[in-house]
Design a protein around this ligand. Structure first.
Ligand code: KIV
Ligand code: ZN
Length: 386
């Protein structure tokens, strides 16, 4: 793997599926896993096998059908979790066990009623045990975002000693600022003994709307894997959105960070996940929202009709959206009306356009958005056309 390559670890089927009320059945998960594999993700986190017989079955079935990606199962630092995950992954061409433990003071004190030294030992033992089943073991330090860096570095060293080759640094509560998260990754890169044997992974939550920014800061500072979900779905305010980090890296080539994602599939998989989970995607969602490439104000429309680049920083076709949309509202100008009229078969002269435009404004004040049928009616009922 070249140093500019960022591994995309998709956790739509595990962390993403933790959205309240969004249970996917095995068949739906298989369809999504197939599309994730086609999209080009490097790792599919298929589930948490010990959590239920249904999850076990999904991980097992996904392991059978995925052709290219690594298939990963989550565990706690508990022997039985790890054994069950290994069993569920037994058909995977490239299996990975993702094990870990909470490392922040509040997790250690309240969740585990334990102490730092004991957590170090448990981390070591979990990775060691996972290594007895599979070569590829990823370790997560849950709540790393609120874990002090010195202790976090010791935890990472333990995991590496036990054989982990990926160290996941989750901002579990979505608390970090991008500068803090980036500095944390830099600190670990510079201070963890044996770090050359492992890669660091960003796993950011979106409680303050910073998951994408934090993940990008993470890779700028040396992480080489991003954990993310389609449409950013996940617990509470969700996870880092896959489509966002992938397009940020693509649209900023000077960062010299690439992914294996075929971006032309992004829109279709966004729709698939949204429909399967019954989670509506907000219209202004970056990259895949219904309005991501829609222009409705006159000034913007005039610019985009003259040249798309005036108001678009990426080509909609690159993410699988057929074209930019020129939406006609009362804020639209003559250029947009002429453009849409031409699309439905009317070449208007300047004089005709003035007249039709006056009629259009009356319509648009009454109706929020003008569709193709309305355009016919507006034109046919305009004075110059009678
Ligand atoms: O957010 C988190 O800390 C997690 C871990 C279990 C990886 O999802
Ligand atoms: Zn998470």
């Amino acid at each position: 793997m070249s140093n500019s390559q960022i591994q995309i670890f998709d956790t739509t089927l595990r962390d993403g599926e933790q959205v309240p009320g969004c249970k996917l059945n095995t068949n739906q998960k298989l369809i999504i896993a197939k599309q994730l594999d086609l999209l080009g993700v490097d790792i599919i986190e298929a589930g948490f096998p010990v959590s239920s017989p249904g999850d076990f079955k999904s991980v097992e079935e996904i392991s059978k059908i995925v052709k290219n990606a690594t298939v990963c199962g989550l565990t706690r630092s508990v022997k039985n979790d790890i054994k069950v995950a290994a069993e569920a992954l037994k058909y995977a061409k490239k299996p990975r066990i993702h094990t870990g433990i909470g490392t922040s003071d509040s997790h250690i004190k309240y969740k585990f009623k334990s102490n730092r030294e004991d957590i170090l030992l448990r981390a070591f033992e979990a990775v060691k045990y996972a290594k007895s089943f599979v070569e590829d073991v990823e370790f997560y330090a849950e709540d790393a975002g609120r874990t002090d860096n010195e202790y976090l570095a010791r935890v990472c060293e333990m995991a590496i000693k036990a054989g982990a080759t990926v160290l996941n640094i989750p901002d579990t509560t979505g608390y970090c600022l991008p500068s803090e998260y980036g500095a944390k990754i830099k600190y670990l890169k510079e201070n963890v003994k044996g770090i050359e044997k492992a890669i660091l992974s960003c796993h950011c939550h979106n409680d303050l709307g910073l998951a994408t920014a934090n993940s990008i800061e993470g890779v700028i500072n040396g992480a080489r894997q991003i954990e993310c979900t389609i449409n950013g779905i996940g617990e509470r305010a969700g996870n880092t959105a896959l489509e966002e980090v992938v397009m940020i890296l693509k649209q900023h080539p000077y960062l010299n960070l690439d992914t294996n994602i075929n971006t032309k599939h992004l829109y279709a998989i966004s729709q698939l996940v949204s429909e399967s989970m019954g989670i509506y995607t907000q219209p202004n969602k970056a990259i895949v929202g219904a309005n991501a490439f829609a222009h409705s104000s006159g000034i913007h429309q005039d610019g985009v009709i003259k040249n798309r680049e005036t108001y678009e920083i990426m080509n909609p076709k690159d993410v699988g959206v057929t074209d930019s949309a020129i939406v006609l509202t009362a804020r639209s100008g003559r250029a947009a009306l002429a453009y849409r009229a031409k699309n439905v078969g009317y070449e208007l002269t300047k004089l005709q356009l003035d007249d039709v435009y006056a009629n259009f404004l009356n319509f648009a004040d009454r109706k929020k958005e003008i569709n193709d049928n309305d355009i016919h009616e507006i034109i046919e009922t305009s004075r110059v056309y009678q």
